[in-house]
Design a protein around this ligand. Sequence first.
Ligand code: 7PM
Length: 272
Amino acid sequence: MICGNRRISLSRTVVMGILNVTPDSFSDGGRFRDLDASLRHAESMQAAGAEIIDVGGESTRPGSESVTIAQELDRVVPVIEALNRDLDVVISIDTSKPAVMRAAIDAGAGMINDVNALRSEGAIPIAAAAGVPVCLMHMLGEPRTMQNSPVYGDVVEEVRDYLESRAAACIAGGVDKRQIVIDPGFGFGKHVGHNLELLRRLKELGTEYPVMAGLSRKSMIGKLLGLPMDRRVHASVALAMIALANGARLLRVHDVGPTVDAVRMYEAVYFD
Ligand code: 7PM
């Protein structure tokens, strides 16, 4: 993938570290709002082996209210500028808003991560013109209401069909096919059973596009193990390894160090 002036090879697993700059982000409690703290957190994730830092200023928490464009720009642009200046890492902008995508790319972002899969009016032209990779994620419904009894026929088929149709729309709009990543969107309009089935059958998403998996600290772990957010590291790493075994090429995680150790062991067994 070509991410602005940086390149990322998908021949090895790529770890994306999560940098929340939202005041209500569910696992960091807004502790990283401060620019300096954000920078230090990003630096430590890069040192631990993250190749991408995903900067998000809009909470996608189930049941959350959306933030205004001005609020989101205020939060993410200074962080992206600082990261771009101080670190040699690909910066991903986690947003669904075209204006935020545009400003983030101008500030140095080299990738777009959109839980809305570029469905917002004007998002595809911006991604196509920027030429950066895009991660298209599946979500049933919208963040505010998506966990209100999601119903599927076959969850894997529905997610696959949706992602294929979004990829086709992006390609028709001028996005380079080689710059598309797909993501089943664990926890986004899915119950625990849906998440487990998606993970078990991840290979059925196909081989056309690299697959990203975001399982880190998610509520399925809380539900299955009864653990609070800050004690979900081990289970998150276990789920990440299952995702790898089932074909995922990119992992979106909070705990970069533990995940990278596990990835290296996985790759020692299967690739080295
Ligand atoms: C509350 C619930 C807060 C869930 C935050 C979340 C993904 C993502 C998120 C994912 C991609 C989280 C999520 N999850 N982008 N953004 N894939 N591509 O746990 O699974 O970070 S937000």
